[in-house]
Ligand binder design. Structure first.
Ligand code: GLA
Length: 595
């Protein structure tokens, strides 16, 4: 059986020196029926390895309740079929612009700031997750004939903390769960990050987007010998709602890649193919150098301006990277697989039925909570993604005062006595017009994605302070959750009392249909919602993710495998204000060419 080693003079497979030319591709951001195509694109670009994270929160939605844990193993099998080695980064924290950096909301809700430390209760939760996940990795290690050559402990821990005991415990737990391949850590190329994030005896790697020579000089201060590797070569970047689009010049990125390889180093191109944050799993940042400012939620697309774009197509960056990588290949590179195709002409889906949000809550919501003094957070209600309706009374009689929310995360659509009175955010959390008492207040609060990086990691969602009238807290709150997961059940919306659509502009759940001839030949479509404000959209029960008129993303990626020959169904859950009653499926965005 083959083996992979990390020695003073570099990486070796079966004793032969090897340079890892790896690319990141997260299996959970690509429809499974498209894995083979995307992996073939990586091979064709000149890579010999694929790297993936594993998101704990996707696979363990509630303590001890696991969901499709086998996906990782199936992906590793696909990687092997494609002729690629594999690097696995199982966290438990992964960052990755993913909700809560991959930590389940029940973990951060329960352990708070004790996560990512030596705390025994937190470590117990990690241990039971690793025990469920890691057999798939252990079985597929190179020594057992599989593709897995290396596994990461934690993720950029040095950007977060200094608990050496914790990092060592994570590494030990990986071993206890059968991981026998070399372990590594990855960190920013700065002394404080490398001292906080690396573990004696484990390979240390560096993450950066340019300046390889300088970055490796810093890494060498911490590791005098051993292979050099850039574990995340950021060849593009992600985007935030309400911010300008992000692009990185392909030629400049190819130059930065060449510099890494000229240093004799290995590389993992982050991302080789980014994919999509389906089903509301996108994370969020906080602004400012210390990542503790305003919330900056990440968009649904994870295109990342990567060489293989969100639609699976080769970009200019792909061609330039391929030229660079060809110089380090053992032989001629395989040709790329056929380019994915979208619909030739747009297809309109008329939305003919509608149900108001309270009716949706009635059919798909959780039980309303008992009245409590303060509002429960999403964590206390067991909600990861979705909405919560809070109800509270303003006592009266009293004259009008400002009504606001302290600790709002992240956005609330507010009704007073049944009338829409405004949309609040954390930063603008007071209604414009004062409210007199008595009055009944409803706040429909939506999480825009949990913070995945920095000191605010794991902060709760919902109303984390209270509803204020003047300076007075309004106590006596009832909360009712609409979990996004509720839409996953087969026949989920069957119990919703729909009525024919009558005009537009109203919040609620819209339903419609469209026909596709020749859907079998379609690899994708791009869905647009002209005039719609913010919400989620599903095609044939598959949640494409969040849309939001603030941009920059306008078009949602629809994987071809979710489309059906003949009749297809669309649901749109609009939380702020609907557009005209249709959506459009078109060919998708043009391929980026050297933008
Ligand atoms: C860091 C993290 C990654 C990702 C990138 C930015 O390097 O390790 O998970 O968040 O930043 O895309």
């Amino acid at each position: 059986m083959a083996d992979f080693t990390v020695g003073d003079d570099g990486f070796r497979i079966d004793g032969r020196p090897v340079r890892l030319l790896s690319g990141a591709l997260h299996y959970f951001r690509v429809h499974e029926a498209q894995w083979d195509h995307r992996l073939a694109m990586l091979r064709a670009m000149g890579l010999n390895c694929v790297e993936t994270y594993v998101p704990w929160n996707l696979h363990e939605p509630a303590p001890g309740r696991f969901r499709d844990v086998g996906a990782l193993g199936r992906f590793l099998d696909a990687a092997q079929r494609a002729g690629l080695w594999a690097i696995v980064r199982p966290g438990p924290y992964i960052c990755a612009e993913w909700e809560n950096g991959g930590l389940p909301a029940w973990v951060t809700g329960r352990f708070g700031r004790r996560v990512r430390t030596r705390d025994e209760d937190y470590l117990g939760a990690v241990r039971s997750w690793f025990a469920a996940l890691l057999p798939q990795v252990a079985e597929r290690q190179i020594g057992r004939g599989g593709p897995v050559i290396m596994v990461q402990a934690e993720n950029e821990y040095g950007s977060y903390g200094t608990d050496e005991v914790y990092l060592r415990r994570v590494a030990e737990m990986l071993g206890e769960c059968g991981v026998g391949v070399p372990l590594f850590t990855s960190d920013g190329p700065e002394d404080h990050m490398l001292t906080g994030g690396s573990v004696a005896g484990l390979l240390a790697t560096a993450n950066f987007g340019s300046g390889a020579r300088e970055a490796f000089r810093v890494l060498r201060r911490h590791r005098a010998t051993g292979p050099l590797m850039c574990m995340e070569f950021w060849c593009g970047w992600f985007e935030h709602w309400g911010a300008p689009p992000v692009v990185r010049d392909p030629a400049q990125a190819a130059g930065a890649l060449a510099e890494i390889l000229e240093c004799g180093a290995s590389v993992n191109v982050y991302m080789a193919h980014g994919g999509t944050n389906f089903a509301g799993w996108a994370g969020a940042n906080r602004s400012g150098p210390l990542q503790d400012g305003e919330l900056r939620p990440t968009v649904t697309s994870y295109d990342y301006d990567a060489p293989v774009d969100e639609y699976g197509r080769a970009t200019e960056k792909f061609r330039l990277f391929r030229e660079v990588l060809a110089g380090y290949a053992d032989g001629p590179l395989p040709e790329p697989p056929p380019e994915p195709v979208g619909p030739a002409a747009p297809v309109r889906a008329e939305l003919t039925e509608w149900a108001p949000l309270p009716a949706v809550l009635e059919a798909l919501g959780e039980e309303e909570s008992e009245e409590s003094g303060v509002p429960p957070t999403f964590e206390e209600l067991g909600v990861d993604r979705g909405l919560v309706r809070y109800r509270v009374a303003v006592p009266g009689p009293r004259r009008p005062y400002t009504l606001g929310v302290a600790g709002l995360r992240d956005r609330a659509v507010v009704y007073v006595d049944g009338e829409l009175r405004g949309v609040l955010s954390e930063e603008a959390a007071d209604l414009a017009e004062p409210v007199a008492g008595p009055a009944e207040v409803e706040l429909w609060v939506e999480s825009l994605g949990r913070v995945n990086y920095g000191p605010r990691l794991g902060e709760p969602k919902g109303i984390t302070g209270g509803v204020l009238h003047e300076r007075q807290y309004l106590h006596g709150v009832r909360a009712r959750a609409l979990r996004l997961d509720a839409f996953d059940e087969p026949g989920a919306v069957a119990g919703v009392a729909f009525a024919p659509v009558d005009g537009s502009g109203t919040t609620g759940l819209y339903r419609g249909a469209f026909e596709i001839a020749g859907a079998d030949g379609l690899d994708h479509a791009g869905l647009e919602l002209p005039g719609w404000t913010r919400g989620f959209v599903w095609v044939n029960g598959f949640c494409l993710g969040r849309y939001w008129s603030v941009g920059p993303q306008r078009t949602l990626y629809v994987p071809g495998p979710v489309l059906r020959e003949g009749a297809n169904e669309v649901w749109v859950l609009e939380t702020e204000g609907a557009g005209a009653p249709y959506v459009e499926l078109g060919p998708g965005l043009p391929v980026r060419a050297g933008r």
